[in-house]
Design a protein around this ligand. Structure first.
Ligand SMILES: [Zn+2]
Ligand SMILES: [Zn+2]
Length: 254
């Protein structure tokens, strides 16, 4: 299985970098997990979307899904037939939001003319060839699901956006590679009590990877204005081993 970090920015982009978008190849399938602003331009350097089996969206925050708008423009401006349409798997309960977005950018059929839209159910595995994708709900400001992606006897886990929670622990457990967000430089940047938290310190990503016996920990979705050394060091101390930073366009064999 292979992971390619198309880009990794948090919601406020790192200068020159697109937001979240990860290409996963394995089991004879190729899927794009999340499609934040700027990702389509990065995808097109490698693949036409017709070469994807699906796009899968973790949650409805703009930095994870807004380039669906752009993706539509790669397709001819007509209603496509079934086999021509790209499978796009959205989070549960997102249909109304997607319809509002479609209307806001042009018309109600903006997406459905080109995409075969569906929602996952928040728990059941999806199959793309021999690649299995299992959603796991995380704790975030809005409903959000990370994914366990399995093929060829290997397992990649992607946290999407999350605070420390049972879902994060489940994702980390037994992952050959844990691709974890690490957005926070301090807890002051997260929601304050009594509001529930929604992101991770790098040390918390390290804790989850250590407790889940993850093979490798790769940090993503982090601000790099002042470099990434503090993130790497802080996570490595908790993890008890080397930690990698998801570099733009980097590929990881799993
Ligand atoms: Zn995010
Ligand atoms: Zn988010």
């Amino acid at each position: 299985m292979r992971l390619t970090v198309l880009r990794r920015s948090p919601a406020r982009p790192n200068p020159g970098e697109a937001c979240a978008g990860y290409l996963v190849e394995g089991g004879g399938a190729r899927v794009l997990v999340d499609i934040g602003p700027g990702i389509v331009a990065q995808l097109l350097l490698r693949h036409h979307p017709a070469e994807l089996d699906a796009v899968i969206v973790s949650h409805m925050h703009a930095d994870h899904m807004l380039d669906l708008v752009t993706l539509r423009y790669v397709y001819p401006w007509r209603r496509l037939t079934g086999r021509e349409r790209l499978r796009v798997v959205m989070p549960p309960g997102s249909a109304d939001q997607l319809l509002s977005l479609a209307r806001g950018v042009g018309g109600a059929s903006h997406f459905e003319d080109a995409f075969e839209l569906s929602e996952h159910d928040g728990a059941s595995s999806l199959s793309f060839g021999a690649l299995t994708v299992t959603p796991r709900e995380t704790q975030h400001y809005i409903p959000c699901w990370g994914f366990r992606l399995e093929a060829d006897g290997r397992r990649l886990a992607y946290t999407a956006d999350t605070a420390p929670c049972v879902g994060l622990d489940d994702l980390a457990t037994g992952a050959d590679l844990l691709l974890s967000e690490a957005t926070l430089r301090s807890l002051d940047e997260d929601a304050q009590p009594p509001e529930p938290r929604g992101h991770l310190l790098p040390s918390e990503a390290g804790d989850a990877a250590r407790d889940g016996h993850a093979g490798r920990l790769v940090l993503t979705h982090l601000p790099v204005d002042e470099g990434a050394d503090w993130f790497r060091t802080s996570a490595a101390e908790a993890f008890g081993g080397d930690v990698e930073i998801a570099e733009p366009a980097a590929t990881y064999e799993i």
